[in-house]
Design a binder for this molecule. Structure first.
Ligand code: SF4
Length: 339
């Protein structure tokens, strides 16, 4: 594992065995997260971006989901040790989950318990992960966390129930809860999708500010490239269980190589499209059924540049410049494929 990295996902394959058929949800997913950086993971719903984070957290539904292959290497900041999360005993994984890696979701109402006050729920997170803390200390810390995430009159609102708060406030509470244990990595899965545009911007600013203040790495998962433009250092674009392009944020926005990334960029409003030589009118068609994916390149039924070879053979990921990989026949020259 490279010393700058806190997380490395290697050749991850996950399959779902369902009554309706088999879904190869992840096919050789690889990415890394550096200390204190934000990685944006982008793609349409069903592309595997959330399955990847559930695999990191070891929260895949059992027995339907199976990790067929791969490694998830995590460097524990406390001990400096490198561990494969997929091989960690469940008891130790429970410590990692919540303490070292925390997660926030799209709709906080489903993650918050409606019958407990927000203060009780933050306190519970603190007490579970730090059993030596007293309830008084935990309440003090809960109030501190609510202040940190910008909840006004935190001393009073700590006793509110989730339904007494707005959607934006509830998302702030979720962030407070996720960060109350001072994790090394925060996984934010569509954290702003359910919110209106102004509140979205405020929540993203908040996450950025907290990252600087507390020092942590973030995996920001979204279907909207616009969300990661200001917030990510590097971006992984996913399509039907594969990473089709992976690059520093500037390269994704100024010199996107994969036709799918180019199409996604067309759907981002107010984008400087100077870097796109042949603008696409967005992406036509729908994501194919994961039960019955097309042969060859999985994007070929929607790709404006499709060639015969694309319909038959799937391209491997090729590094076209340092840190920039793309999975497309248009960028494979000779034997340069790295797989
Ligand atoms: Fe399009 Fe072919 Fe590239 Fe797939 S491999 S994205 S179909 S050009």
């Amino acid at each position: 594992m490279e010393k700058d990295n806190i997380l490395e996902i290697k050749n991850l394959h996950v399959t779902f065995y369902t009554e309706d058929g088999i879904v190869r949800a992840l096919q050789g997913v690889e990415y890394e997260v550096k200390h204190n950086e934000t990685l944006g993971v982008v793609g349409e719903s069903g592309c595997g971006k959330s399955v990847t984070s559930l695999t990191i957290m070891r929260l895949l539904p059992k027995p339907q989901a199976k990790v067929e292959e791969g490694q998830i290497l995590f460097r524990d900041k406390e001990t400096g040790q490198e561990i494969n999360l997929l091989e960690l005993p469940e008891e130790k994984m429970r410590h990692v989950r919540g303490n070292r890696i925390s997660m926030i979701f799209q709709e906080p109402m489903t993650a918050l318990n409606p019958v407990y006050t927000v203060g009780d729920q933050i306190m519970e997170a603190i007490l579970i992960h730090n059993p030596e803390t007293t309830r008084q200390e935990a309440r003090k810390k809960a109030i501190e966390m609510l202040k940190l995430v910008g909840i006004p009159a935190a001393e009073k609102r700590v006793d509110d129930y989730p339904h007494q708060m707005s959607g934006g406030m509830r998302q702030r509470v979720m962030i407070a809860m996720a960060l109350s244990t001072n994790p090394d990595i925060l996984i934010a899965d569509e954290p702003t999708t359910a919110l209106d545009v102004t509140i979205q911007a405020q929540i993203l600013d908040l996450i950025n500010r907290l990252q600087e203040q507390l020092g942590m790495s973030i995996i920001l998962i979204t279907h909207n490239l616009g969300v990661v433009a200001q917030n990510a250092d590097r971006i992984a674009v996913m399509y039907l269980g594969r990473i089709v392009e992976y690059a520093p944020v500037r390269e994704i926005f100024h010199d996107p190589k994969h036709p799918y990334t180019q199409g996604l960029l067309q759907s981002v409003p107010r984008l400087d499209r100077g870097g796109l030589k042949e603008p696409l009118p967005g992406i036509s068609g729908n994501l194919p059924s994961p039960y019955n994916p097309p042969p060859g390149c999985k994007f070929h039924p929607r790709c404006p540049y499709v060639m015969d070879r694309c319909r038959e053979e799937e391209p491997s990921a090729v590094e076209i410049s340092p840190g920039h990989t793309v999975r497309c026949w248009l960028h494979v020259k000779g034997e340069k494929s790295n797989e």
